[in-house]
Design a binder for this molecule. Structure first.
Ligand code: TIU
Length: 220
């Protein structure tokens, strides 16, 4: 059994059960003019992890390991967007409003797309999700069962919102979750740090964390 040097203790790898889950690396969260900025956030911290996420993505692809991409977005008629979500935070641009990258967080609009450098390849699983967690109202669990994934490496944005929510949902479903520390980011550095700490606290109560270098060393 290969081990990844991780916190709070080594992660025992089963390469045949491993998948990479990249959360919401969408223009609406990472580029100026999108949903993230409309909530009052500085999006530049998120941009900084793109090369690291790309390194993980290319490494998984090179090993023939499965990759899952998620996207937070809604149907054009907003039937899957609770009014409370649309109104919360009184954003300058609400979900569904026309913005500089098309309608905000709407499936198929330019702003909802994954950054071109991280775009899914044909055959990779893409999960469009209306919530912060990727299991709620999506086929993610069925897809993971279909490909035989039981261990999930997580990357993406934002650490304390969609990444953490999805890790908690996955952990409750019995998946072993490992977060790539340097391939995730928050608009708030203190939330990023706190999330890494709370995930691995109490003997990996939600999961493990490791650097991308440590994860890739374990895959060699
Ligand atoms: N993908 C994700 O985390 N969605 C958010 O709305 N995150 C915020 O931090 N706002």
């Amino acid at each position: 059994m290969t081990k990844i040097a991780a916190e709070p203790f080594a992660f025992e790898l089963e390469p045949s059960a491993l998948a990479l889950v990249i959360i919401d690396m969408q223009r609406d969260f990472i580029e100026p003019g999108g949903f993230g900025e409309s909530l009052g956030n500085d999006v530049s911290r998120l941009r900084a992890i793109v090369p690291t996420v790309l390194r993980l993505l290319l490494s998984f692809r090179a090993r023939g390991l499965p990759v899952i991409h998620t996207m937070e977005c809604h149907r054009p008629d907003l039937s899957d967007c609770p009014p409370a979500k649309r109104d919360r935070g009184a954003p300058r641009l609400r979900i569904g409003d026309p913005g500089p990258m098309g309608r905000v967080l709407i499936s198929g609009e330019p702003g909802a797309a994954i950054l071109p450098e991280l775009a899914p390849l044909p055959g990779e699983i893409v999960i469009e999700k209306p919530g912060k967690g990727a299991f709620y109202a999506t086929p993610l669990q069925e897809e993971l069962t279909r490909i035989g994934a039981r261990q999930l490496v997580f990357a993406g944005v934002t650490t304390e919102v969609c990444v953490q929510t999805t890790m908690r949902e996955a952990n409750d479903r019995g998946y072993e979750c490992l977060l790539a520390e340097d391939a995730t980011a928050s608009y708030f550095p203190q939330f990023e740090t706190a999330t890494l700490e709370m995930i691995r606290a109490q003997g990996a109560i939600i999961g493990w964390t490791a650097t991308t270098e440590q994860i890739l060393a374990g895959l060699r």
